[in-house]
Design a protein around this ligand. Structure first.
Ligand code: HAM
Length: 431
């Protein structure tokens, strides 16, 4: 019996095996550097959480909670789920550790797997990785702009081009309730013309009709929505300041009044970042402000904002660009030895080299005593920058032949064993 990865999940294989693990690691490293620059600290929360955490925060009637959570009971018959997102767990952790007492304003970042039982398709997985940030403890509009800047800085750093940022303001809790009431009234009259999902949404979550993918629902609600003014003075002022800050930070964006987001905790600013190379699942990332989440969970009334980027989708967008768009993989040095004595010396040498201080360099060799031709083929496959060759002749001269695999003429030179580390270091800078 051969097993396959569970539907909607995927093994993440090393590049050499046709996967993209190193690229992912690179993306993580680049993101971590950007987060650090912005003063965000890493947080890791458990993958399992109580189901009710998400029911309360994301909302009972949302797609995620109603139909997309992996849920199960533990031995104490508690209802648990695999986390579908990171915001609610981080809000929980913030309160659990009484971080508000240490300092009410805290900035966190996280990178890790999330789980949703959605129907798998390109860019939509049941296990996927998010890179996210949460700034908890501030109502300042500068924070809204800063988290958008942070997201853009990560995409820029990994050289994703042509992404599009759309922002909107949903208003405070009261504004949202007022808008829902108005929409409910407007939509009830057109119920027959709405799709099945939106027919049900009228009562439970009429805001979602605004971003329905069905053309007819869209036309109806957008036609009716044009004349609706629902933001209170404070929320309008907040949004104005957010847009001014975005301008100061030189971020290109458009205001899209139809972004509502599929999670109930959002208030005021919401945003989505899309990329045309992604097809129907075109959101690279999204986020917004959630000023009531901490207090709804029993904490103090502190504002918060954050975002999450989908790692798989970033990699898909990167794949659509030229190969140089992402920072290069690490440098590989491959050792090819011919004959038993050379192999033994090579094994010693490669381990000696590994004991030095190297950044992003990996050393590998053949362990099967294959022919030189087979070893050179393997070196090519592994993307080697340099190959160190040892045969009888090299052994007798007390050194190795170094071959520059990245230079057009694949030039070679002889190195003595005692100078090998220093010369390899030099050679890597010349590739
Ligand atoms: P979200 O829009 O549900 O927001 O997810 C954020 C990003 O995760 C999406 O834009 C997409 O790139 C990726 N994503 C979501 N579902 C899948 C999937 N099934 N397969 C692959 N990628 C997916 C949140 O999760 C919020 N917690 C974001 C946030 C943080 N808001 C405030 N702070």
């Amino acid at each position: 019996m051969r097993y396959k990865a569970v539907k909607g999940t995927a093994d993440i294989l090393p590049e050499r095996a046709g996967g993209r693990l190193e690229l992912r690691r690179m993306l993580e490293t680049v993101s971590q550097n950007v987060f650090r620059k912005f003063g965000y600290r890493e947080i890791r929360t458990p993958i399992i959480e109580e189901r009710s955490l998400f029911v309360k925060s994301i909302g009972e009637e949302t797609d995620i909670v109603a139909k997309e959570m992996f849920s199960f009971k533990d031995r104490g018959r508690r209802e648990l789920v695999l986390r579908p997102e990171g915001t609610a767990p981080i809000a929980r952790a913030y309160l659990d550790a009484s971080l508000n007492k240490i300092g009410p304003f805290q900035k966190f970042y996280y990178i890790g797997p999330m789980f949703r039982t959605e129907r798998p398709q390109a860019g939509r997985m049941r296990q996927f990785d998010q890179i996210g940030a949460e700034a908890i403890g501030s109502m300042s509009p500068e924070i809204d702009a800063e988290v958008i800047k942070l997201l853009a800085a990560i995409l820029d750093e990994i050289k994703i081009r042509d992404y599009r940022i759309r922002v909107n303001n949903l208003g405070c809790k009261d504004d949202k309730a007022g808008l829902s009431k108005t929409l409910r009234r407007l939509l009830a009259r057109k119920k027959d013309l709405l799709c099945g999902d939106c027919g049900r949404r009228i009562d439970v979550n009429p805001l979602r009709v605004l971003d329905c993918k069905d053309g007819s629902c869209r036309d109806i609600v957008r036609g009716a929505f044009k004349s609706v003014e629902f933001l209170c003075g404070e929320c309008r002022e907040h949004f104005k300041k957010v847009l001014t800050c975005l301008g100061k930070l030189k971020i290109e964006y458009t205001v899209d009044p139809y972004i509502v987001r599929g999670l109930d905790y959002y208030t005021r600013t919401v945003f989505e970042v899309s990329h045309s190379a992604l097809g129907s699942q075109d959101a690279l990332g999204a986020g917004g402000r959630y000023d009531n989440l901490i207090s709804d969970m029993g904490g103090p009334p502190v504002g918060a904002a954050g975002f999450a980027l989908g790692m798989e989708r970033i990699l898909m967008a990167a794949a659509g660009q030229d190969a140089t768009a992402l920072p290069g993989e690490g440098q590989v040095v491959y050792l090819a030895a011919v004959g038993e004595a050379a192999h033994d010396k090579g094994f010693e040498l490669i381990n000696l080299l590994r004991s030095g201080e190297w950044r992003g360099v990996s050393f590998d060799m053949d362990y099967e005593n294959r022919s030189l031709k087979a070893q050179m083929r393997e070196a090519d496959k592994s993307g080697a920058w340099l190959v160190l060759i040892i045969g009888d002749e090299e052994l007798s001269k007390g050194g190795v032949t170094l071959k520059y695999m990245r230079l057009k003429d694949r030039a070679q030179e002889f190195l003595r064993f005692d100078e090998a580390a220093e010369k390899v270091r030099e050679a890597l800078t010349q590739c």
